[in-house]
Design a protein around this ligand. Structure first.
Ligand code: NAP
Length: 246
């Protein structure tokens, strides 16, 4: 499905990003596995892909840094010569109620989750415009759609990603580039592991499908949007949340 395509996945050392990298590679794409701090885990993802006969390379870069992102794309080009699919997945949380939320907590989440996506899309757009085609998929969140107490910074960043997705879908559409978002609900990863039990139970109660999502649920939605099968879909936010918001 993605043979001869090159995919760059940010934050692919762990969690949802890792599964997206493995899934896109499984469909035939060569993958740039970006990580920030978890080198060993990123190397493990690359080993799994190459062991299965695929092509992948791990590249360290902090997506919040313009220099870091420009280096990331340079290494991507050196490794595989093009980027057809960009998945902006890297993300962090620094939760606090508004009265307690520090400026640092606000800035850190905006810089990684929103500015990081902006910086990567800027680099990808340059390449994809020349290539006259491409797929950009932004991993937003249900929190950016319905809000979540204690996450003013995260909700703003994730809602911002949806706005930026629509802006770029309009800017880049005439050149065969689609830009979409995937908004996961409650997915089992290290990010949600650290939530208090009471919050997890509360979230599960709101899910009509009565289970937390698995990383594979998100990865398959991303693979669809990255494929030719989704060539007439742009500017959309695909909610993958077990029916949590409808
Ligand atoms: P996770 O398990 O905490 O993994 C986060 C990933 O992001 C790691 O690979 C991490 O890399 C990377 N990362 C963090 N800061 C980075 C930076 N500055 N530069 C580059 N990479 C960075 O999180 P997850 O649950 O898989 O979440 C993945 C995405 O889905 C996030 O955008 C998150 O907001 C979104 N999401 C998750 C859920 C959920 O329920 N889990 C729900 C909605 C949306 P290192 O370890 O190498 O630093």
């Amino acid at each position: 499905m993605l043979e001869n395509k090159v995919a760059l996945v940010t934050g692919a050392s762990r969690g949802i990003g890792r599964e997206i990298a493995l899934t896109l590679a499984g469909y035939g794409a060569a993958v740039i596995v970006n990580y920030n701090g978890s080198k060993e885990r990123a190397d493990e993802v690359v080993e799994m892909i190459t062991a299965a006969g695929g092509r992948a390379v791990a590249v360290q870069a902090d997506v919040a840094s313009a220099d870091g992102v420009s280096g990331l794309f340079e290494e991507a080009l050196q490794s595989f010569g093009r980027v057809d699919i960009l998945v902006n997945n890297a993300g962090i949380t620094k939760d606090n109620l508004i009265l307690k939320m520090s400026e640092e907590e606000y800035d850190a989440v905006m810089d990684t989750n929103l500015k990081g996506a902006f910086l990567c899309m800027k680099q990808a757009a340059k390449l994809m415009l020349k290539q006259k085609g491409g797929r950009i998929i932004n991993i937003s969140s249900i929190s950016g759609i319905i809000g979540n107490a204690g996450q003013a910074n995260y909700c703003a960043a994730k809602a911002g990603m949806i706005g930026m997705t629509k802006a770029l879908a309009r800017e880049l559409g005439s050149r065969g580039i689609t830009v979409n978002a995937v908004a996961p609900g409650f997915i089992e990863t290290e990010m949600t592991d650290k939530l208090p039990e009471q919050i997890k139970t509360g979230m599960l109660a709101q899910i009509p499908l009565k289970r937390a999502g698995a990383v594979k649920d998100i990865a398959e939605a991303v693979a669809f949007l990255a494929s030719e099968r989704a060539s007439y879909i742009t500017g959309q936010t695909l909610q993958v949340n077990g029916g949590m918001d409808m």
